[in-house]
Design a protein around this ligand. Structure first.
Ligand SMILES: [Zn+2]
Ligand SMILES: [Zn+2]
Length: 298
């Protein structure tokens, strides 16, 4: 089975579950260990079957549940050196965990999942996004960035699915009672992507032709709304004549819609038996077909 589920996303905690065959990993563990366990259980996934957690950067909303989770279940942590050092500087007890260090940009594997990190512009020790390769499908993770650089675009351009930050509405930030320094940080080149910046980037990726699904992530609770983030991207797609790219919302308090590749796999098996399909007209209306059509554009 191949699945992706954003278990939770927002400024209070981020965690995404990815599965490919027998390999199960998390990207970030910023929810509490109990929340992660409960949301995994709602997918029928036991916490002890998670092999690894890949950490994007050393801000607590991306790792605060990792220590308890790893101690309970023996899970291994993957990060670059500066991120590990930044976490241990803030929380010394993380030093006793099973760390695996990667160099930003190098390709490594955890079981059936290929993983490559790339630099992003954010005010952490050495923040990264990830590209995950599951068979022929690439999934991009890109939250917590103040600006989209060419290297970020190049990393995400081949991806069919992306989890992309759409953090705030600039007018809501300006109108909020946050300290001025905080407002400057959010809008700065090392802060967070606004809904408009995120939409512009998603349009560019969609025009490149590989993008099929966008999860809008890391929404500010105070300075955005799901409806505003979604509408901003919908309008941008509409203005640019883009159709066929699905927009999915992520949430802080509950898991997002699961992306299940298994349906695609079943359809592939059906595709190699065209004669059989001919005699099962109902297949034309099955959810499997619509998913396949959506995914491959056939
Ligand atoms: Zn964050
Ligand atoms: Zn951050």
């Amino acid at each position: 089975m191949k699945r992706l589920c954003v278990l939770g996303s927002g400024s209070k905690g981020n965690c995404t579950f990815i599965e490919s065959g027998t390999t199960r990993i998390l990207i970030d563990a910023g929810l509490s260990a109990t929340q992660i366990e409960n949301r995994l259980a709602s997918l029928g996934v036991a916490a002890q079957t998670i092999q690894a957690i890949c950490i994007t950067h050393d801000h607590v909303d991306h790792y605060q549940g990792a220590r308890v989770f790893c101690n309970r279940w023996g899970t291994h942590l993957y990060a670059n050196r500066k991120t590990m050092q930044g976490i241990i500087r803030s929380h010394a007890l993380f030093s006793g965990l099973h760390w695996h260090l990667f160099q930003t940009g190098e390709l490594f594997r955890i079981g059936e999942i290929g993983i490559q990190s790339f630099h992003i512009s954010h005010d952490a020790s050495d923040p990264v996004g990830f590209i995950l390769t599951l068979g022929s499908t690439r999934i991009g993770f890109c939250t917590d960035l103040g600006t989209v650089t060419e290297s970020v675009y190049e990393a995400l351009e081949p991806c069919a699915v992306i989890v992309l930050e759409s953090n705030h509405d600039p007018r809501m930030v300006a109108a909020s009672d946050r300290p001025e320094a905080n407002k400057i940080r959010i809008a700065g080149k090392k802060g967070h992507l606004s809904n408009q910046e995120s939409a512009r980037f998603a349009v560019r990726l969609a025009k490149a032709g590989n993008l099929k699904r966008v999860y809008l992530a890391h929404l500010s609770e105070e300075c955005s709304r799901e409806s505003i983030a979604r509408q901003t991207l919908c309008s941008a797609f509409h203005k640019n004549g883009i159709s066929g790219v699905e927009i999915c919302m992520t949430h802080q308090g509950k898991k997002a819609m699961v992306w299940n590749f298994e349906k695609t796999g079943r359809k592939k098996a059906a595709e190699i038996l065209p004669k059989k399909r001919k005699f099962h007209k109902k297949q034309n209306f099955s959810p499997v077909k619509s998913f396949f059509d959506w995914f491959f554009g056939s």
